[in-house]
Design a protein around this ligand. Structure first.
Ligand SMILES: [Zn+2]
Length: 185
């Protein structure tokens, strides 16, 4: 691991993973320890400041409790909405309402799911925004260029396993912020 010269709280541990990870890095919590994993093959291709950005992106998730929030909103969608719909079914409807009720339930469920993903994506932009406070614009630009070459600029989809917006969208979001908060370290 390169000497990154960043301050992280005592309960945050950064490790290299010899195996390549799907998106290069991952953060998770276990027994009050927060772990950030960065894949060694990725790390070797990045400069010190580029590694700093990806680590701080993950720390941005930890700091803002994004992992817990994502689990809570997903649980709400997959369990609470169906339970709510189930309770609605106990009300005695006239059969005329059957079709509108089915349409309502499907729309309600789908919009809950879409909303969950909107929040997940927003948290990704927030994590990028946090990391951008500590890394120079030029380093972030070169990082995104490298990531697109390594992982390809995947398109957005409402897929259970797609956790990040596309790299172009993330870059555009930071550009639209006009790098206001950016400082060079
Ligand atoms: Zn992320």
């Amino acid at each position: 691991m390169k000497n990154l010269d960043i301050f992280l709280p005592n309960n945050v541990f950064v490790y290299s993973s010899q195996k390549d990870l799907k998106q290069g890095t991952i953060a998770f919590e276990t027994f009050n320890k927060n772990i950030i994993l960065i894949s060694e093959p990725l790390e070797q291709q990045l400069s010190r400041n580029e590694v700093k950005f990806v680590i701080l992106h993950e720390y941005g998730h930890i700091r803002n409790k994004h992992l817990k929030k994502n689990i809570i909103s997903l649980t709400l969608v997959v369990s609470c909405i169906p339970i709510f719909i189930y309770f609605l079914t106990s009300i005695q409807f006239s059969t005329n309402f059957l079709i509108p009720f089915i349409i309502f339930s499907v729309l309600f469920y789908v919009s809950g799911y879409v909303l969950h993903f909107k929040f997940v994506m927003r948290r990704e932009y927030n994590a990028d925004e946090y990391a951008a406070n500590f890394v120079a614009k030029e380093d972030i630009k070169s990082l995104f260029t490298k990531l697109k070459t390594i992982y390809g600029n995947d398109q957005d989809s409402y897929n259970m396993f797609n956790t990040h917006p596309s790299l172009s969208k993330r870059e555009k979001y930071l550009n639209d912020k006009k790098w206001i908060k950016l400082k060079s370290f």
